[in-house]
Design a protein around this ligand. Structure first.
Ligand code: NDP
Length: 244
């Protein structure tokens, strides 16, 4: 039977690469967008023309009622969610002393509340069928901390703790929960960096380049597969050797 993947933040960057990769592998793909409906529409149209089953839904993952409605819509469309990829995210570079309480709360809400709400909605069906895959997109900054990204680093470190704990709780139900911790990946999230900054980051990366969104998608495909059944509660670094 066809498996369904739900990818949050699928309109751009890493999420969009996951949408393309999972659709190509024959998954039924539900994905979310928020502020870029035109990107979501374009990708959906392109994939529909290729015969893929793709369903975009607008949602702010930090809002529980919106997530509940979104998962209900996806379940109505595709029956169930077998694989959840918590990818939606925001970034901000700011001195700690300049981060406002509102910015702090927003960062935690998108990354942590978002993952919490999405997992809560999809887990009952995964537990019932005794099979599921949850893949959380953290960051190497959640592993080692990033200067001028204290709120982002805290949210991503929180996601690692969330992953490890949930993995232990859900393992007896046949559900694996893992994190991917990307290094510097060339997406819109890097738009605030100049070409010179990006060049420097590439030079600081042992493999001497930035990562590609497709490389994260390929890792997610493996973690979603049967081949990864004995891997749970892990943080998989896809970072060109930046963090070892
Ligand atoms: P992009 O900025 O390219 O895309 C972010 C995606 O998240 C978009 O699809 C956006 O939707 C969605 N999104 C943002 N806020 C919300 C929200 N409140 N509710 C629902 N969706 C939302 O980022 P990347 O692809 O680079 O990053 C994807 C993930 O990978 C993030 O979690 C990020 O932290 C993580 N990551 C990225 C790295 C990098 O170097 N790029 C490195 C390490 C981790 P829309 O555009 O429609 O609003």
């Amino acid at each position: 039977m066809e498996k369904t993947v739900l990818i949050t933040g699928g309109s751009r960057g890493i999420g969009a690469a996951c949408v393309m990769a999972f659709a190509k592998q024959g998954y039924q793909v539900a994905f979310t967008y928020r502020t870029h409906p035109q990107d979501a529409e374009k990708m959906t149209e392109q994939l529909h023309q290729q015969g893929a089953k793709v369903y975009p839904v607008c949602v702010d993952v930090s809002q529980q009622e919106q997530v509940q409605r979104m998962v209900a819509e996806v379940e109505q469309k595709f029956g169930k969610v077998d694989v959840l990829i918590n990818n939606a995210g925001i970034a901000q570079q700011k001195l700690f002393t300049d981060i406002t309480a509102e910015e702090w709360r927003r960062m935690l809400a998108v990354h942590l509340d978002g993952a919490f709400y999405c997992c809560k909605e999809v887990l009952p069906a995964m537990i019932a069928q005794k099979w599921g895959r949850i893949i959380n997109i953290s960051s190497m900054w959640g592993q080692v901390g990033g200067s001028c990204e204290v709120h982002y680093s805290a949210a991503k470190a929180g996601l690692i703790g969330f992953t490890k704990a949930l993995a232990q709780e859900e393992a007896p139900s046949g559900i694996t929960v893992n994190c991917i911790a990307p290094g510097v990946i060339d997406t819109d999230m890097m738009a605030g960096f100049s070409e010179q900054d990006k060049q420097q980051l590439a030079e600081e990366t042992p493999v001497c380049r930035l990562g590609k969104a497709e490389e994260i998608a390929d890792t997610a495909l493996f973690l979603a597969s049967e081949k990864s059944a004995f891997i749970t509660g892990q943080v998989i670094g896809v970072n060109g050797g930046m963090v070892v």
